[in-house]
Design a protein. Structure first.
Lengths: 295, 333, 333
């Protein structure tokens, strides 16, 4: 082994601003997160699933188009809002894959750094802890959005491509992508933030991901059971999916996909907000307590 | 630019425990050994200089205020921690590129410098492999590389030769030693291996229980204690303290020297002789048919200087020490 | 200083060559799966301190684990006091072992840890406690013995491991990197204690990556590389065997030219180089040359102030030996 050197040139160029370094963290986290084989699996399954729905939508639209108007309108035109919303929030839509993605990317990210003692790598440089947090959270949200927003956009676009002048109302169609994007981003953030927060709690990936699955599915299951037993919507407030359904129903102005016992949207949005803000606060608190220089 | 870093009245409390007790220090050199026993305040001082913790007093690095210009300072500092600080699933190149970008290099510059610095650290083709499979020696080199990639003007090294075998240690020290001349990068080396400090650094900063015990050149430090050491020997009326090694049969020389009234102590492979000159030792060795392989006036190492400065304070500070000594005496009796 | 007092009180160390061997390995091999850790190792180790050194992965720790019966040799015979190690747990009562990595005993106090392990050696709880306290006192940890090990510094952990290894007063001590991570004060204490034990006739096998540390304990070494013994014995004898590199001796004296002129006439001296206040001679017959120099100096009336060999230290010997091995390996392929 030799020590080679061809003369050294000190760096005289500009440095990037310390307030934009979260972008570096974002890029790295996203790249590493999507390098996991299971993340690819979640992404592909989510894509295939959304494609299936898009095809179903297309076929039903063609069916409607082929039916002459007036020949008995028993086949109603599927409401585009209902379809996009459904695929976004219903359990048989993409949330399972989005959840999987959040668990894989967000659940590992800070846990890995803690286990590998990487905080001294990050925070001995001029990277603020908030910059780090923003980068990690944005990367996880983006990874989840690849599925949730990506899938609903696919659906929205296929619906828009089937626009029929005269029989379609224009305004709902124009608002459709905006609403789908808003709900998709809310869903991504609501899944990503708790994932990142949990991963800041323990250096063990498995523990974090298991804990996240438990936190996501157990209350949802209990809420659903309690609601069906008591015929009261409130127990569903525990379930992240029910919260998203309620907000989605309000956003798309269609109660049909909010379930049999619809949850009021405002408390649901409140719980989602508390989850996100609480998660961020938890990570900030955990990061503030980390040691950069040992000893 | 003036001093590399300056401290005035820097103090740090952790609850009721005072980790730093008002340090005043102007560091103008190029390579410093940061020394002190565990709990002396070395890592607290590093944290102060990196702007990681609140403290009282004033601290400036490169003439910049540690509290207000933290980001500007940190972009010009490299830190090689003692514990591995790797990321999961990345190669050495990716790791160093990321490190460079986090310190504010544009992406293309970070890529170019990552390759250059890994080359400099002797990583060669291994740099494309995942860090998880690296040997201890390679890991230390990558850790050094990530601290150097953004062209720092000051480098903190925390136990850089930890876990390295003798050959690896020599190579790592050569690499570190070349930094001030080849990269114009100043060093602060924090280690328990004082031989490393002696080899690499010109100046020493010695902390003990949060106080500055010594700051100056290592040459001066060993000279200062040399005086006190010969003073100690002076009590017995002889000036020279010689260290002697014979090929074998040292105990015969010890016996012969003691018979001549010299004081001899064994320190591992060395005999420390007081009260006998070189001539006497050679004469006795020849009579006993022994080979003197090494003889020279006791050269004070940084190690002995350190023990001299810190040891005395330590002994008086810990009340338990005399008890332990008594107990040890009973045990051996 | 207690170290000095103890060393002089213990008197000269027992003659190693004459003593009966304590550890005998005959063709011992050990492998982990397909990885050869120790390869056809044959060696005899007597009382006193022996330094075990070698690069990472040389098989040092494996050899030590074989010695304390934690691993079973796949081939060959390994004996302590003439009895096979594997399958004779009673033998282990005469062996103390401090492994390199500490096991997880963070939740119990230092005293509980040492007492529990001493009790396992077959002592009553009262006696184990007494012995534990005494051993802890010898490593100067009495003040911290009731604190949890989790709160200990690295140096304190090393010392508590040492106390654990010697509490039952074993005749053989196996110490794997006992000085790594210690600050200079802790290191000094452990060094002193090991020297004391060695002088008292305990067989101590101690490994270290830092050659200065080995040198401060002993000149008897065992050098391993790639599972084999590279060299064993007295460092000077080993140095003499490396005939590829001529031996250099540096003599600091008052009239170097006069001494040089006289030395050039001697057959054992290959070359002489004169410096301002010293001369450096080269020889391939060190055994003749070392006694020659003071004799010639006396005849010429030259006063020698120092006699040293720049390549006599362990660092140089280690480098020569590993180079030698690499060269032979290249020649073979």
């Amino acid at each position: 082994m030799s020590i080679r050197d061809q003369g050294y040139q000190p760096y005289r160029g500009p440095r990037t601003s310390a307030t934009t370094r979260w972008g570096v963290v974002l890029r790295h986290t996203l790249r590493m997160g999507l390098r996991q084989p299971w993340a690819i699996v979640a992404l592909s399954l989510g894509g295939v699933w959304a494609m299936g729905w898009a095809v179903a939508l297309y076929l039903s639209m063609r069916l409607i188009a082929s039916t002459p108007p007036g020949a008995g309108n028993e086949l109603a035109i599927p409401d585009p809002a209902a379809l996009a919303g459904t695929i976004l929030v219903r359990w048989y839509g993409v949330p399972v894959f989005a959840f999987l993605m959040a668990m894989l990317v967000g659940g590992s990210t800070i846990a890995d750094d803690r286990r590998q003692n990487a905080f001294s790598f990050y925070f001995a440089r001029s990277l603020g802890r908030d910059q780090y947090l923003i980068g990690k959270l944005a990367a996880t949200t983006l990874a989840v959005a690849l599925i949730s927003v990506g899938a609903s956009m696919l659906l929205v676009l296929s619906r828009l491509s089937l626009y029929r002048a005269g029989s379609d109302a224009v305004l709902p169609l124009v608002l459709l992508p905006v609403r789908a994007l808003a709900l998709g981003l809310l869903e991504s953030l609501a899944l990503a933030a708790p994932a990142v927060a949990l991963s800041s709690l323990s250096p063990r990936r498995g523990l974090v991901q298991g804990g996240m699955a438990a936190l996501f599915f157990l209350p949802a299951l209990l809420g659903a059971i309690a609601t069906s037993l008591t015929r009261n919507p409130w127990p569903q407030l525990l379930s992240p999916m029910a919260q998203l359904e309620a907000v989605g129903a309000r956003l798309f102005g269609d109660a049909s996909f909010a379930g049999e016992y619809p949850l009021p949207w405002l408390p649901a949005l409140g719980v989602l907000g508390v989850t996100i803000v609480g998660s961020v606060a938890l990570v900030r608190w955990r990061l503030a307590a980390t040691e950069v220089v040992a000893g | 630019m003036g001093a590399l870093f300056e401290l005035s009245g820097v103090a740090k409390w952790y609850g009721p425990y005072q980790a730093l007790k008002g340090l005043d220090l102007v560091a103008e050199g190029k390579s410093f050994g940061l020394l002190g026993p565990n709990g002396a305040g070395k890592s607290t001082l590093l944290k102060v200089l990196l702007g990681l913790i609140p403290f009282t007093g004033e601290a400036r690095v490169f003439g910049l205020d540690v509290r207000r210009q933290t980001a500007a300072i940190r972009d010009r500092i490299g830190y090689m921690p003692e514990r591995d600080n790797f990321l999961a699933g990345v190669s050495a190149v990716e790791y160093c590129v990321y490190a460079g970008e986090l310190a504010g290099l544009p992406p293309s510059e970070a890529m170019a410098r990552a390759h250059a610095v890994l080359e400099f650290c002797g990583l060669g083709d291994k740099r494309y492999q995942k860090l998880e499979g690296y040997s201890t020696g390679m890991k230390q080199r990558v850790k050094l590389a990530q601290a150097l990639v953004h062209d720092p003007e000051l480098l903190f090294l925390d136990e850089p030769t930890n876990g390295l075998d003798p050959a690896g240690r020599e190579e790592m020290l050569a690499l570190i030693q070349s930094l001030p001349a080849r990269r114009g990068c100043a060093l602060i080396l924090s280690t328990h291996l004082l031989h490393d400090v002696e080899e690499v650094c010109e100046e020493a900063i010695l902390l003990h229980q949060g106080e500055l015990q010594y700051h100056g050149t290592i040459a001066d430090l060993t000279r200062v204690t040399e005086g006190s050491e010969s003073g100690e020997a002076g009590e017995s009326g002889h000036r020279d303290v010689l260290e002697v090694r014979v090929k074998e049969g040292g105990e015969r020389l010890v016996a012969a020297l003691r018979a001549r009234g010299a004081r001899v102590e064994e320190e591992g492979a060395f005999l420390i002789v007081r009260g006998a000159g070189a001539e006497t030792i050679f004469e006795l060795a020849e009579a006993a048919q022994l080979q003197v392989r090494h003889l020279q006036p006791r050269r004070l190492t940084l190690e002995s200087a350190f023990l001299h400065l810190v040891g005395a304070a330590e002994r008086t500070a810990t009340a338990a020490a005399p008890v332990a000594a008594v107990a040890a005496g009973e045990k051996s009796a | 200083m207690s170290r000095r007092r103890a060393a002089s009180a213990a008197g000269p160390s027992p003659e190693r060559q004459g003593a009966s061997p304590v550890i005998v390995a005959e063709g011992v091999s050990c492998w982990y799966g397909p990885v050869m850790a120790v390869n056809e190792l044959s060696v005899t180790i007597g009382p006193g301190i022996t330094g075990l050194l070698g690069p990472n992965g040389a098989g040092k720790s494996t050899f030590m684990k074989l010695l304390v019966g934690q691993l079973r040799p796949a081939r060959g015979r390994l004996t302590l006091f003439g009895e096979t190690v594997w399958g004779h747990p009673a033998l282990l009562g005469r062996v103390g072992y401090a492994p390199e990595h500490e096991s997880n005993y963070d939740e119990i106090t230092g005293l509980e840890f040492v007492a529990a392990l001493t009790e396992l050696q077959g002592f009553s709880p009262e006696e184990a406690g007494e012995r534990a306290r005494a051993a802890i006192a010898r490593v100067d940890l009495t003040a911290a013995q009731d604190r949890r090990i989790g709160e200990y510094s690295k140096g304190m952990r090393q010392r508590i491991k040492l106390a654990q290894a010697m509490a039952h007063e074993p005749a053989v001590l196996i110490l794997d990197e006992p000085l790594s991570g210690c600050d200079p004060l802790a290191k000094n204490r452990i060094l002193g204690l090991i020297r004391e034990l060695g002088a008292a006739g305990t067989t101590v096998l101690v490994s270290s990556h830092v050659l200065h540390e080995i040198e401060a304990m002993t000149s008897e070494i065992l050098m391993m590389d790639k599972g084999r013994i590279l060299a064993e014995g007295n460092i000077y004898e080993i140095r003499d065997l490396i005939d590829r590199h001529p031996h250099r001796i540096r003599v600091v004296c008052d009239r170097p030219r006069a001494l040089a002129a006289a030395l050039v006439r001697e057959e054992a001296v290959t070359s002489v180089q004169v410096e301002a206040e010293a001369l450096v001679l080269e020889t391939r017959r060190p055994d003749e040359c070392y006694p020659l120099v003071p004799r010639v100096a006396r005849a010429e009336g030259v006063h020698i102030r120092a006699l040293t060999s720049p390549d006599n230290n362990l660092q140089a010997v280690f480098r020569y030996l590993t180079e030698e091995r690499a060269r032979r390996a290249q020649g073979a392929s």
